[in-house]
Design a protein around this ligand. Structure first.
Ligand code: BDR
Ligand code: CA
Length: 313
């Protein structure tokens, strides 16, 4: 059983990722959701976290509210993809639950200290909370087992030619995370997430499966599909954050290579993850595993096996 904390900005693909994580009851123990400004503002993503937990029937999972802004800059949100409310504009009722009193950064620091070496951090939004925890507690990086990040891209971004959204939103935070010296970091960026798309047949199948979770995913992805079409004339939607949870469930799904990664914070390429080619930088110490691609078939087998058993074929 892997103990995980999901640091998230839900967000449509965040929502699906969280549902997948919660469906894998034997494999993943989700200790908490910590929220961060990203796809939409902090209040909205925190409300969405509760809505997702409600759909999953997991109101026992605590939610800790984190950073309302990136470390040093202000950026626009991503309503064009995720809807004004961040969750597909379904006009869902709000949960009556409230976030825990403790701030997300303090919770992260405390929890990984209490369960030293056993907790995997799963940031699927901007890395602001994680960077603040690094800055606040020198022991933090030593207490964490592993960090599996959705973010970055070796070969082309989705916000600028080189920057992926989560790193673009808070490049300074991403840089701090890569320079921190965690025991193990995996960067699963667009080079791999571009391989996992929800197409219209699969969206339709989700409607037919007719469970609260399948219909919820069908409904929230309407706006997300429109966003992909309007923005890039792409058909379907990319399941970025979902791939990170699938990878935790089966490490064969994502192909990785070891590399040294840094993040650009200035100029034209700010927010770009720079993956140093090993054939040039032979002696440079590597600081992470970088995803190079994903196995689409294995991904969807895993997705349906956990979320909608019986439909994996
Ligand atoms: C990332 O950006 C967000 O819009 C998604 O939720 C995902 O975390 C993909 O670039
Ligand atoms: Ca996200």
């Amino acid at each position: 059983m892997q103990k995980i904390i999901i640091d998230t900005d839900p967000g449509i693909d965040d929502a699906i990722a969280i549902l997948l994580a919660l469906s894998a009851k034997q494999e993943l123990e989700v200790l908490a959701l910590t929220t961060v400004n990203g796809n939409v503002g902090l209040d909205k993503v925190t409300k969405n976290a509760f809505r997702i937990l409600e759909i999953a029937g997991r109101n026992d999972i605590p939610v800790y509210k984190g950073s309302a802004e990136p470390l040093v800059r202000v950026h626009e949100h991503c309503e064009a993809f995720h809807g004004d409310d961040g969750l597909g504009n379904l006009r869902m009722a709000e949960s009556q639950r409230m976030p825990e009193e403790e701030d997300a950064v303090d919770y992260l620091i405390r929890k990984v200290r209490e369960d030293k070496g056993n907790i995997t951090l799963v940031p699927i939004g901007p890395l602001t909370n994680i960077a603040k925890a690094i800055q606040k507690d020198p022991e933090f990086i030593h207490n964490v087992k592993e960090v599996v990040i959705m973010g970055g891209a070796e070969n082309g971004g989705n916000m600028t030619p080189h920057a992926e959204f989560n790193f673009w939103m808070d490049p300074e935070a991403a840089k701090i995370v890569f320079q921190a010296g965690f025991k193990k970091v995996t960067m699963i960026g667009l080079d791999a997430t571009r391989d996992v798309w929800l197409n219209s047949d699969l969206r339709e199948l989700l409607w037919q499966i007719n469970t609260p979770a399948s219909r919820f995913i069908h409904q929230i992805t309407r706006v997300y599909v429109d966003g992909h079409w309007n923005y890039a004339k792409e058909i379907g939607c990319e399941l970025c954050d979902v791939l990170i949870i699938a990878y935790l469930l089966n490490r064969e799904i994502v192909k990785t290579k070891e590399a040294f990664v840094d993040v650009e914070t200035e100029g034209l390429c700010q927010g770009a993850s720079v993956v140093y080619p090993t054939f040039i930088y032979k002696d440079k110490k590597k600081n992470c595993l970088v995803a190079t691609g994903a196995d689409k078939k294995l991904f969807f087998e895993t997705f349906f096996h956990y979320l909608f058993p019986g439909y994996e074929d």
